[in-house]
Design a protein around this ligand. Structure first.
Ligand code: ADP
Ligand code: MG
Length: 447
């Protein structure tokens, strides 16, 4: 008996067919994805919506299992057959037993930037040099590819100029095939069911489109480059673990040459744009406090899961058609602090200890939240107006912080200042901030 309580929005996968439903029951087949609407009075019974047919009805919790979170360890890989810098003899050793078409790709040691495709054929291993030239890859200088994934897909379907079609990848130890894992856990969506419509945004890593997945309006982030796609998989693994009304929900991913991340569609775009395009005359103060509260709720949830966001800013808050603010972009969440990442840091949002010593924590998120509050109450102005990044870095370390935005309630400004304590230990937790903003919300009149 499943005694677990599932909240609204929980995604479940059917464990069996239920093709002869009784009155009010939902019809589904094994493997279908259902979304919980609510628990009913009866134990173990839920109202649910079928993601495909969009029908609603009753289900028994015994017939379904909750969609699993993806474990990030061992690492999900889009290219499990990619072994990095290993030697030729090492590759020959790995390719056992010698089945025709068993293959791997390694980095060339002799030719920097090139790769080597190693394929088993008639009890031997053949090595093909993959030339990297003008951002394209080729083996025969006739067929060219944008990336290794493209190339492998091609030679799995065509023999081309090599000895045999590729049949079976030899996975690198410590990696799992992203496709297999995502599919097993129920996160792999079907490209055939996805309709891609107009472009709605441009991210750092590619375009964002509006679309439709089995009747639901969705946002689609398409990431082309294999190396970038690989790092985005980390984002995806994080997103499978979190479910909250103030965090942008992941519906699933599609792997088809490229990576597509499918999330709920946020019809009003980013918070920073929402504020800038409407301004003080349209948006009431109470709404600003409401946004602050909603972001704080989402962050409190991340805090409770011990997840650090690292890139909290108004540009990464999205607004739904119902005017609810949700936190998005977990791209940097949990990523390993690497030195070279430093150049990409959003300096004006990043806490001093994170800038200086790479110390990211929930408390450095609290600092960023303070900057985000400032953005909200100044209707989307860029923080530290007219100051250079270097100036900000230097002055913030000595205790400098921004003035209050115009007409900002004193209580909200004092919350900002509490987020900007130099000592991370002195900053309030999101849980505490939430309580304070809730009070503020109650005492503010709607106008
Ligand atoms: P970046 O890489 O700059 O963080 P994103 O890829 O997150 O950018 O998004 C770029 C833009 O695309 C956003 O500012 C927003 O306008 C739009 N966008 C992103 N995700 C969604 C979504 N889920 N729903 C609607 N619009 C979105
Ligand atoms: Mg963003």
């Amino acid at each position: 008996m499943n005694t677990k309580a599932w909240g609204p929005g929980t995604q479940c996968i059917a464990k069996c067919d239920h093709t002869k439903p009784k009155l009010n029951e939902l019809r589904f087949e094994k493997g279908d994805i259902l979304t919980i609407i609510e628990a009913t009075q009866n134990k173990g019974q839920y109202r649910a919506k079928h993601n495909k047919t969009c029908e609603e009805g009753l289900i028994s919790s015994n017939a379904v299992r909750e969609r699993e979170a993806i474990r990030a360890d061992p690492a999900l890989s889009l290219m499990p057959w990619f072994h990095g810098k290993i030697s030729g003899p090492n590759a020959v050793q790995l390719l056992q037993p010698r089945e025709n078409g068993l293959f791997l790709v390694r980095e060339s040691i002799r030719h920097q930037g090139d790769y080597v495709l190693c394929v088993c054929y008639q009890n031997d291993v053949v090595h093909y040099r993959v030339i990297y030239q003008e951002k394209k890859l080729t083996i025969d200088e006739e067929t060219w590819f944008c990336n290794l994934i493209d190339m492998v897909e091609y030679y799995m379907k065509n023999q081309g100029a090599i000895c045999t079609q590729l049949v079976k990848p030899k996975p690198k130890e410590g990696t799992k095939s992203a496709e297999k894992e995502l599919s097993k856990a129920g996160w792999l969506l079907d490209m055939a069911k996805l309709k891609i419509e107009e472009q709605v945004g441009e991210g750092e890593f590619g375009a964002v489109y509006k679309g439709d997945y089995m009747g639901q309006t969705v946002a689609i982030k398409n990431i082309k480059c294999d190396v970038t796609a690989q790092s985005f998989l980390a984002e995806t693994a994080v997103m499978t673990k979190i479910q909250h009304k103030n965090l942008v929900r992941l519906l699933g991913v599609i792997l088809q040459n490229e990576l597509y991340i499918v999330t709920e569609f946020m019809g009003k775009g980013s918070l920073v744009n929402y504020l800038r395009t409407r301004g003080r005359t349209v948006i009431a103060e109470k709404q600003l406090i409401q946004f602050s509260y909603e972001v704080c709720e989402g962050m409190e949830y991340l805090e409770s899961k011990k997840l650090v966001h690292r890139d909290l800013a108004a540009r990464n808050i999205l607004i739904s058609d119902e005017i609810v603010a949700k936190v998005s972009d977990f791209g940097l969440a949990k990523a390993d602090p690497k030195k070279e990442d430093n150049a990409k840091l959003p300096v004006k949002w990043t806490a001093p200890e994170a800038l200086k010593q790479n110390k990211f924590s929930t408390k450095s998120d609290v600092w960023s939240y303070g900057i985000l509050l400032w953005e909200i109450f100044s209707f989307g102005k860029p923080p530290y107006p007219r100051m250079s990044l270097k100036d900000v870095k230097d002055k913030v370390l000595t205790g400098y912080h921004m003035e209050s935005p115009e007409e900002c309630p004193a209580s909200m400004y004092s919350l900002m200042k509490s987020c900007w304590e130099l000592d991370p230990g002195k900053r309030p937790a999101f849980k505490k901030l939430k309580g304070k903003i809730e009070k503020e919300l109650r005492s503010t009149k709607a106008d």
